[in-house]
Ligand binder design. Sequence first.
Ligand code: HEM
Length: 197
Amino acid sequence: MVRILFISLALLILQVPPSLLPADDHKTGNKHQNQHEIREEHNTHDDHSGGQVEKDAKGNEVTGQIAAWLLVSANLTVVFSIITKGANRFLSLKPQTKSLIKAFNQAQKKYLMRFHFVLNPLAFGVATVHFMLSSCRSSPFPEGGFFLVTAMVVLGLVLKFKVAPGWMRRVVYRVHTSPAAFSAVILMLVVGHLMVD
Ligand code: HEM
Protein backbone atom coordinates (compact mmCIF):
# COMPACT_ATOMS: atom_id res chain seq x y z
CA MET A 1 0.00 0.00 0.00
CA VAL A 2 2.79 2.42 0.97
CA ARG A 3 4.61 1.55 -2.24
CA ILE A 4 1.47 2.23 -4.31
CA LEU A 5 1.03 5.51 -2.48
CA PHE A 6 4.56 6.71 -3.12
CA ILE A 7 4.44 5.64 -6.76
CA SER A 8 1.22 7.56 -7.28
CA LEU A 9 2.59 10.60 -5.47
CA ALA A 10 5.68 10.47 -7.69
CA LEU A 11 3.44 10.16 -10.74
CA LEU A 12 1.37 13.07 -9.52
CA ILE A 13 4.39 15.32 -9.14
CA LEU A 14 6.26 14.16 -12.24
CA GLN A 15 3.52 13.27 -14.66
CA VAL A 16 0.28 15.04 -14.01
CA PRO A 17 0.74 18.24 -15.96
CA PRO A 18 1.79 16.61 -19.23
CA SER A 19 -0.20 13.45 -18.76
CA LEU A 20 -3.44 15.16 -17.94
CA LEU A 21 -3.24 16.91 -21.22
CA PRO A 22 -6.01 15.71 -23.43
CA ALA A 23 -4.99 13.87 -26.54
CA ASP A 24 -3.74 16.25 -29.08
CA ASP A 25 -5.58 15.08 -32.15
CA HIS A 26 -4.63 17.97 -34.35
CA LYS A 27 -0.95 17.28 -33.75
CA THR A 28 -0.93 13.49 -33.76
CA GLY A 29 -2.94 13.07 -36.93
CA ASN A 30 -4.64 9.88 -38.12
CA LYS A 31 -2.21 7.52 -36.41
CA HIS A 32 -3.98 7.90 -33.11
CA GLN A 33 -7.57 8.02 -34.18
CA ASN A 34 -8.59 6.01 -31.16
CA GLN A 35 -7.38 8.74 -28.81
CA HIS A 36 -9.59 11.41 -27.32
CA GLU A 37 -11.90 12.65 -29.95
CA ILE A 38 -14.00 15.71 -30.13
CA ARG A 39 -17.58 14.66 -29.68
CA GLU A 40 -19.80 14.06 -32.69
CA GLU A 41 -21.41 17.44 -32.69
CA HIS A 42 -18.05 19.19 -32.95
CA ASN A 43 -17.11 17.02 -35.89
CA THR A 44 -20.42 17.84 -37.52
CA HIS A 45 -19.55 21.48 -37.03
CA ASP A 46 -16.42 20.88 -39.04
CA ASP A 47 -18.49 19.91 -42.05
CA HIS A 48 -19.76 23.46 -42.25
CA SER A 49 -16.77 25.49 -41.12
CA GLY A 50 -13.24 24.41 -41.92
CA GLY A 51 -10.71 24.36 -39.09
CA GLN A 52 -13.36 24.08 -36.39
CA VAL A 53 -12.01 20.75 -35.12
CA GLU A 54 -8.57 22.22 -34.67
CA LYS A 55 -10.09 25.12 -32.75
CA ASP A 56 -12.11 22.74 -30.55
CA ALA A 57 -9.12 20.49 -29.95
CA LYS A 58 -7.22 23.55 -28.76
CA GLY A 59 -10.04 24.46 -26.39
CA ASN A 60 -10.08 20.90 -25.18
CA GLU A 61 -6.32 20.91 -24.58
CA VAL A 62 -6.56 24.17 -22.66
CA THR A 63 -9.38 22.91 -20.42
CA GLY A 64 -7.36 19.74 -19.70
CA GLN A 65 -4.27 21.76 -18.78
CA ILE A 66 -6.19 24.17 -16.57
CA ALA A 67 -8.03 21.34 -14.80
CA ALA A 68 -4.75 19.48 -14.22
CA TRP A 69 -2.96 22.49 -12.75
CA LEU A 70 -5.92 23.43 -10.58
CA LEU A 71 -6.13 19.86 -9.28
CA VAL A 72 -2.41 19.81 -8.50
CA SER A 73 -2.54 23.20 -6.73
CA ALA A 74 -5.69 22.26 -4.79
CA ASN A 75 -4.20 19.04 -3.52
CA LEU A 76 -0.60 20.01 -2.81
CA THR A 77 -1.53 20.32 0.86
CA VAL A 78 -2.96 16.79 0.76
CA VAL A 79 0.28 15.47 -0.75
CA PHE A 80 2.30 17.19 2.01
CA SER A 81 -0.04 15.81 4.62
CA ILE A 82 0.09 12.24 3.32
CA ILE A 83 3.89 12.33 3.07
CA THR A 84 4.36 13.75 6.57
CA LYS A 85 1.84 11.37 8.14
CA GLY A 86 3.49 8.47 6.29
CA ALA A 87 6.95 9.53 7.44
CA ASN A 88 5.84 9.74 11.07
CA ARG A 89 4.10 6.41 10.86
CA PHE A 90 6.57 4.32 8.92
CA LEU A 91 10.02 5.80 9.59
CA SER A 92 11.75 5.23 12.91
CA LEU A 93 12.36 8.85 13.86
CA LYS A 94 13.20 10.55 17.14
CA PRO A 95 10.14 11.82 19.04
CA GLN A 96 11.35 15.43 18.58
CA THR A 97 11.61 14.95 14.83
CA LYS A 98 8.13 13.44 14.77
CA SER A 99 6.74 16.42 16.70
CA LEU A 100 8.49 18.81 14.31
CA ILE A 101 7.02 17.01 11.28
CA LYS A 102 3.58 17.04 12.90
CA ALA A 103 3.86 20.76 13.62
CA PHE A 104 4.92 21.40 10.03
CA ASN A 105 1.91 19.45 8.77
CA GLN A 106 -0.49 21.37 11.01
CA ALA A 107 1.00 24.69 9.88
CA GLN A 108 0.90 23.88 6.17
CA LYS A 109 -2.68 22.63 6.49
CA LYS A 110 -3.67 25.80 8.32
CA TYR A 111 -2.51 27.94 5.38
CA LEU A 112 -3.02 25.65 2.39
CA MET A 113 -6.30 23.88 3.19
CA ARG A 114 -8.26 26.94 2.01
CA PHE A 115 -6.87 26.28 -1.49
CA HIS A 116 -8.09 22.69 -1.19
CA PHE A 117 -11.61 23.94 -0.55
CA VAL A 118 -11.65 26.65 -3.23
CA LEU A 119 -9.55 25.20 -6.05
CA ASN A 120 -11.06 21.70 -6.01
CA PRO A 121 -14.56 22.88 -6.97
CA LEU A 122 -12.96 25.14 -9.61
CA ALA A 123 -10.91 22.21 -10.93
CA PHE A 124 -14.06 20.13 -10.98
CA GLY A 125 -15.90 22.79 -13.02
CA VAL A 126 -13.12 23.00 -15.60
CA ALA A 127 -12.75 19.20 -15.63
CA THR A 128 -16.47 18.92 -16.37
CA VAL A 129 -16.06 21.18 -19.39
CA HIS A 130 -12.99 19.15 -20.41
CA PHE A 131 -14.96 15.92 -19.97
CA MET A 132 -17.81 17.23 -22.13
CA LEU A 133 -15.44 18.29 -24.90
CA SER A 134 -13.60 14.96 -24.93
CA SER A 135 -14.52 11.40 -25.59
CA CYS A 136 -12.16 8.50 -25.43
CA ARG A 137 -12.94 5.22 -27.10
CA SER A 138 -9.65 3.49 -26.35
CA SER A 139 -9.76 3.50 -22.55
CA PRO A 140 -12.41 3.91 -19.87
CA PHE A 141 -9.81 5.18 -17.37
CA PRO A 142 -10.02 8.95 -18.04
CA GLU A 143 -13.79 8.80 -17.58
CA GLY A 144 -13.27 6.64 -14.49
CA GLY A 145 -10.85 9.24 -13.13
CA PHE A 146 -13.41 11.97 -13.71
CA PHE A 147 -16.09 10.02 -11.85
CA LEU A 148 -13.70 9.37 -8.94
CA VAL A 149 -12.86 13.09 -8.75
CA THR A 150 -16.61 13.81 -8.79
CA ALA A 151 -17.13 11.37 -5.92
CA MET A 152 -14.27 12.94 -3.92
CA VAL A 153 -15.69 16.43 -4.49
CA VAL A 154 -19.16 15.31 -3.36
CA LEU A 155 -17.72 13.62 -0.25
CA GLY A 156 -15.58 16.72 0.45
CA LEU A 157 -18.65 18.96 0.25
CA VAL A 158 -20.54 16.64 2.62
CA LEU A 159 -17.68 17.04 5.10
CA LYS A 160 -17.24 20.76 4.66
CA PHE A 161 -20.91 21.65 4.95
CA LYS A 162 -21.80 18.87 7.42
CA VAL A 163 -24.81 17.82 5.35
CA ALA A 164 -25.13 14.32 6.75
CA PRO A 165 -25.72 12.73 10.15
CA GLY A 166 -22.67 12.28 12.37
CA TRP A 167 -22.22 8.56 11.80
CA MET A 168 -22.35 9.05 8.03
CA ARG A 169 -19.85 11.90 8.16
CA ARG A 170 -17.40 9.65 10.02
CA VAL A 171 -17.60 7.10 7.19
CA VAL A 172 -17.33 9.87 4.58
CA TYR A 173 -14.29 11.32 6.40
CA ARG A 174 -12.54 7.95 6.40
CA VAL A 175 -13.18 7.42 2.70
CA HIS A 176 -12.40 11.00 1.62
CA THR A 177 -9.18 11.28 3.59
CA SER A 178 -7.86 7.79 2.96
CA PRO A 179 -4.55 7.66 1.08
CA ALA A 180 -5.97 4.69 -0.85
CA ALA A 181 -8.84 6.77 -2.28
CA PHE A 182 -6.46 9.60 -3.13
CA SER A 183 -4.05 7.17 -4.83
CA ALA A 184 -6.93 5.59 -6.77
CA VAL A 185 -7.99 8.99 -8.16
CA ILE A 186 -4.47 9.97 -9.18
CA LEU A 187 -3.62 6.56 -10.63
CA MET A 188 -6.83 6.42 -12.61
CA LEU A 189 -6.26 9.90 -14.07
CA VAL A 190 -2.55 9.46 -14.77
CA VAL A 191 -2.71 5.91 -16.14
CA GLY A 192 -5.85 6.74 -18.14
CA HIS A 193 -4.29 9.76 -19.78
CA LEU A 194 -0.98 7.97 -20.39
CA MET A 195 -2.90 5.22 -22.17
CA VAL A 196 -4.52 7.62 -24.60
CA ASP A 197 -1.50 9.85 -25.18
C1 HEM B 1 -15.12 20.54 -3.14
C2 HEM B 1 -14.08 19.75 -3.03
C3 HEM B 1 -13.51 19.27 -1.73
C4 HEM B 1 -13.81 19.63 -0.44
C5 HEM B 1 -14.85 20.63 0.03
C6 HEM B 1 -12.94 18.86 0.42
C7 HEM B 1 -12.95 18.91 1.79
C8 HEM B 1 -12.06 18.29 2.61
C9 HEM B 1 -12.08 18.33 4.05
C10 HEM B 1 -13.12 19.07 4.89
C11 HEM B 1 -11.02 17.61 4.50
C12 HEM B 1 -10.63 17.37 5.97
C13 HEM B 1 -9.59 18.40 6.38
C14 HEM B 1 -9.03 18.14 7.75
O1 HEM B 1 -9.16 17.05 8.32
O2 HEM B 1 -8.42 19.05 8.27
C15 HEM B 1 -10.33 17.10 3.35
C16 HEM B 1 -9.21 16.33 3.41
C17 HEM B 1 -8.73 15.62 2.33
N1 HEM B 1 -9.16 15.70 1.02
FE1 HEM B 1 -10.66 16.87 0.34
N2 HEM B 1 -12.14 18.07 -0.35
C18 HEM B 1 -12.46 18.27 -1.66
C19 HEM B 1 -11.90 17.66 -2.76
C20 HEM B 1 -10.95 16.68 -2.71
C21 HEM B 1 -10.43 15.95 -3.84
C22 HEM B 1 -10.87 16.18 -5.30
C23 HEM B 1 -9.50 15.08 -3.36
C24 HEM B 1 -8.66 14.08 -4.09
C25 HEM B 1 -8.32 14.14 -5.35
C26 HEM B 1 -9.42 15.25 -1.92
C27 HEM B 1 -8.58 14.55 -1.07
C28 HEM B 1 -8.47 14.78 0.29
C29 HEM B 1 -7.53 14.07 1.14
C30 HEM B 1 -6.58 12.96 0.74
C31 HEM B 1 -7.68 14.63 2.42
C32 HEM B 1 -6.91 14.22 3.70
C33 HEM B 1 -5.78 15.20 3.93
C34 HEM B 1 -5.07 14.89 5.22
O3 HEM B 1 -4.18 14.04 5.21
O4 HEM B 1 -5.40 15.50 6.23
N3 HEM B 1 -10.32 16.23 -1.56
N4 HEM B 1 -10.99 17.52 2.21
